[in-house]
Design a protein around this ligand. Structure first.
Ligand code: LLP
Length: 422
């Protein structure tokens, strides 16, 4: 009855003789005992497999979108696997550089890059800047006039395509804060200005249509819309951005990175695009690599429903609250157990909206003290987390070959007051 689909678990997940979950050769309940909960457990082999597939499918220059999940260990892993890194702020740039990623492998994004962020990127010598506005071009002009080296840039174009995804996750539509609109002529003006400029080397174009996109047709369509513009300008590079969706719950399925790359490259070829085509996926690399472990602390049986409260919540996974995103839940002590019971899994924050799984299927014998896991929580959980209610941010462990390495330590009470100076 409704057991957890194995496809939602990381690549190396296995069930031991007693029904317990192992990832990367590590018993996850032991990980919870050693490192505490909530805990993000990432399967290192899964992360490496997705990076390798991406590099194999797109070739050199393909980037990992660090906004999905970033810490020094992740930055290093992606670079080791041959990926470039998309950084969208000075903060992400700093973490990637601090992790030792060669600056030529960094692609700086952002719709409102400050003079300081652009200056830091030019000083570091980042590989590409994806230019998003005329104001940004003014700032690059100023920095280069003051002695910084002229960067290699892509122009971000907004193709005016509606991706089938949550409204907040759409970025390629004409009414967008991102990029230069194709239809309105802004993209044309931006390319002219960059091409004629002595302060930028124009290498190509960039378009990102949205995130959690399941239908590869959306990418095909965007490429068809962009093609005349791309072909006319004949620039050497085209990045199609990120956005490939992943399955979060029973019954969903998403194209693989390889299938996605195939559609993108075929569409580009069919449209006569000769540019080197690249991409920058985030979610598809990291989402299914991780599970979050919680401890069940309180169970309330109401006439309406049962509330199962865990020791994290919207501070480690704000996606259900922000987007109404669905997740599965299971007990790592009985991975393959039937899940006949329906409960609402909630966090420990002081608001009713703090829901992790609104209508979760769980085993009948779920009890206080159980370690409970939510799969496919590797993307946009840790990175969008907070310490709302001064709940301590979780630790992150990478598991591989029977070893668990703590890569981000749990926040401490001392951290909560570390910035208070008054
Ligand atoms: N490139 C650009 C320019 C982007 O804006 C994004 C995501 C990506 C690449 C990576 O997209 P991905 O492959 O991860 O879909 N917080 C939301 C997702 C926001 C995505 C923003 N941009 C969520 O939790 O679903």
């Amino acid at each position: 009855m409704n057991p957890l689909p194995a496809a939602l678990l990381p690549d190396t997940a296995e069930v031991d003789g007693t029904g317990r979950l192992r990832i990367g050769g590590c018993d996850v309940i032991e990980l919870a005992a050693t490192h505490g909960t909530p805990l993000f457990v990432y399967d290192e082999a899964h992360l490496r497999n997705r990076c390798r597939e991406t590099v194999a499918a797109f070739g050199d220059g393909v980037a990992y979108a660090t906004k999905a999940f970033l810490c020094a260990a992740m930055a290093r892993l992606a670079a080791e696997e041959g990926m470039h890194l998309d950084v969208a702020t000075g903060g992400e740039l700093h973490v990637a550089l601090a992790a030792g990623v060669p600056p030529q492998r960094l692609v700086l994004h952002g719709n409102n890059k400050s003079l300081a962020e652009l200056g830091a990127a030019l000083d570091a010598g980042v590989g590409r800047i994806v230019v998003d506005s005329f104001d940004e071009m003014d700032r690059i002009d100023r920095l280069v006039a003051a002695g910084r080296p002229a960067p290699e840039v892509l122009i971000r174009v907004t193709p005016g395509v509606e991706a089938h995804t949550h409204e907040y996750l759409q970025t390629g539509v004409a009414d967008s804060k991102f990029g230069f609109g194709l239809a309105a002529g802004a993209a044309e003006a931006a390319v002219r200005r960059a091409a004629d400029s002595g302060t930028m080397h124009l290498m190509g174009l960039h378009a990102h249509i949205g995130s959690q996109v399941f239908t590869v047709d959306s990418f095909r369509f965007a490429i068809e819309v962009l093609a005349p513009f791309v072909v006319r300008h004949g620039l050497p590079e085209l990045s199609i951005g990120g956005g490939l969706g992943v399955a979060y719950v029973t019954g969903e399925s998403a194209p693989t990175i390889i299938e996605w790359a195939d559609v993108v490259r075929t569409a580009c070829r069919d449209a006569g695009i000769a540019a080197r085509v690249t991409a920058e996926p985030g979610r598809a690399i990291v989402a299914a690599a991780a599970v979050t472990l919680y401890t069940v602390g309180t169970i309330k049986e109401l006439p309406t429903r049962t509330y199962v409260a865990v020791d994290g919540g919207m501070s480690d996974n704000p996606r259900p609250v922000l987007y109404g995103s669905g997740y599965e839940a299971f007990l790592p002590r009985a991975v393959e157990a039937a899940r006949p019971r329906r409960v609402r899994i909630v966090g420990k924050h002081c608001e009713s909206g703090d829901v992790i799984v609104a209508n979760a299927a769980v085993p009948d014998d779920i009890a206080v003290g159980d370690v409970l896991a939510t799969p496919v929580t590797g993307a946009y959980g840790h990175s969008m987390g907070s310490n709302y209610n001064m709940v301590l941010r979780p630790a992150v462990v990478f598991v591989a070959d029977g070893n668990a390495r703590l890569v981000v330590r749990r926040e401490t009470l001392g951290d909560l007051t570390a910035r208070d100076i008054g």
